[in-house]
Design a protein around this ligand. Structure first.
Ligand SMILES: O=C(O)CCC(=O)C(=O)O
Ligand SMILES: [Fe+2]
Length: 220
């Protein structure tokens, strides 16, 4: 089977169905990372042997249903002291594992496709969703500079991404995300509220009973 064939036929017909505008500054790149899923999942496996996935606690004391780890110069953490980026993993006291080149390059290419040149992420959050795991509507606003976009990659089970507006009360769009899909948002939508509805159970050939998300950002 040649999975790229239907896309090529669409491209020949002048239809670019893989690149979908979501909002000003926000683009969904369907299956953009699919061809690199196997090496990327292997790289995630390497990272989490050094910085194991863990359930963090919100500043309000709630255990997050999503398990997380990080790689890159900075890692995003949350505990009773608040949401922030750290250079070291609070569990081990060691630096976060380096960001695999394959993550950095995929993120850079996706950002470019979405109209953001020279994206240079210094932080990669790894999110693991099991059935029932969710992420409530929030803004990504712990970064110092909002000029860089966010690049978010999905692997494994399908999810429903909620993409809202600049106010928490703005009614979100429901965007189905599948294996290999990459969502990029920045510019006018950089601070838009977003989240993930509770993951449905299922089985994926590469990830089994879970969804893995990589969220790449410029923290500093
Ligand atoms: O899992 C996702 O697709 C979204 C993750 C997210 O919004 C975040 O980690 O800030
Ligand atoms: Fe987010």
């Amino acid at each position: 089977m040649n999975p790229s064939l239907p896309v090529d036929l669409l491209a020949d017909a002048g239809i670019d169905e893989t690149r979908i505008a979501i909002a000003p500054g926000a683009v969904l790149l369907r299956k953009f990372a699919e061809h690199m899923a196997t090496p990327m999942l292997a790289a995630i496996g390497q990272v989490i042997t050094q910085a194991p996935m863990r359930h963090m606690y919100t500043p309000g004391g709630r255990r997050m249903s999503v398990a997380m780890s990080n790689c890159g110069t900075y890692g995003w953490v949350t505990d009773q002291r608040g949401y922030r980026y750290t250079r070291t993993d609070p569990v081990s006291g060691k630096a976060w594992p380096p960001m695999p080149d394959v993550f950095r390059e995929m993120a850079r290419k996706a950002a470019e496709q979405a109209g953001y040149s020279d994206f240079n992420p210094d932080a990669c959050l790894i999110n693991r969703y099991m059935p029932g795991s969710r992420m409530a509507l929030h803004q990504d606003k712990d970064e110092h500079d909002f000029s860089a976009p966010i690049v978010s990659m999905s692997f494994g089970l399908d999810a429903t991404f909620l993409f809202g507006g600049p106010r928490r009360t703005d009614r979100p769009q429901r965007i189905p995300l599948g294996h290999g899909d990459v969502l990029v948002w920045g510019g006018p939508s950089r601070l838009h509220y977003h989240g993930i509805t509770p993951l449905a159970s299922g089985n994926h050939a590469l990830t089994g009973d879970r969804r893995i998300n990589l969220t790449l950002r410029r923290a500093r």
